[in-house]
Design a protein around this ligand. Sequence first.
Ligand code: SF4
Length: 411
Amino acid sequence: MSGPGTTSRTVYLPRLSDHALAIAAAMRSLGVPAEALPPPDRESMTLGLSLCRGRECLPCFFCVGDILRKCREPGFDRSAAAFFMPTGPGPCRFGQYRVLLQMVLAGQGVGPVEIVSPTTDDSYALFGEDPRRLRQRSWQAIVAVDLLAKLLHETRPYEVTHGDCDRAYHTSLEGVVDAFEERGVRALARALRDAADRFSSVKLEGRGTRPRVAILGELYVMLNAESNLQLVRTVEKAGGEVLLGTFADWLYYVNWRRRQQASRLGHYHDSLGALLTDLYQHRIEARLTRALKGALRHPPEAPVGEAMKMLRPWYEPDLGTEAVLTMGRALDVARHGLAGIINVLPFSCMPGTVVASMAPVLREARDRIPWLDVVFDGQEETNLRTRLGAFMHQALQHHRRTAPVERAGAS
Ligand code: SF4
């Protein structure tokens, strides 16, 4: 991994999602100047598309465009900046983003820019004077934002007054960011308790009665509302409730994979390191979840190891890539009264295409649950609403057939 070490450069994080705001706050709490970039927009997408070669995937266009937009700001000083761009090995193009980014920036006359690239190889070990604590705080930030998103998605479809849940979410997100200024998981737990109170004071009607649809798939388009054309809201407008995959799940998967590979190669020290990381992460997640005082209605996801066991009869998890996480998680969450699954993928994404090709098998394993693959390429999806409408109709039928008890007991 390359990183800014103890330098005082400001680390800029592309806004994959609101997690970037909390991770930047976690970095600042340990003395690393950090800032989340603004969310991607049409300008950054157009910029990224015009400068890439066309064979890259959608997240790459957005990240390149967002970073170049920052570099072109008046007064931007590259000697005082570093950009956060994780990397990883394997068949995925993700590992080449940082190389391409340097080429594009050089070609645009920006000159060499420092890029901070934690890698999946070491479960994203971080940098600065205390990388271990930075990693712990970043984990806390990720879990806190995942929990807020779950609260939002479980409640917003049922709000009586439009906008109440979005307001509760944004105030709570600010609370989470502020909690890092106090530098402790205790402050963060307090912020989440406040969030639970805030959401519980929102007036809801018919909570839990809508068909619940999981949105899973490639991490960037799954979490980035700009790149997926606000898919969560679109599903809600079409009458559903969304279960969105989490950022934490990806990091649990990275741990799981690291442990598997280390054990196979006899690297027991590395395997033990991944195990300890996993134990710490689960402990923090349990603690922060408890702070919500039971405000979440739905069961938590099964541990990644269990999801991989569910997948094994249909596909070998050791084949790796994000595809196995998506498929294992789909099989897991579909056990809990789910009405449909949407697999999101960027155009030409290899792991996403594997998932789409396995969909018939996975559906058979889960009572022929309705399934929709949605490919994003940065253009306006003219037929998305039509396809989603048909899918939501199927999801509603599935919901009526499989979840009568839950609907009857909903309040
Ligand atoms: S998972 Fe797919 S979209 Fe993401 S970097 Fe890899 S190939 Fe690209």
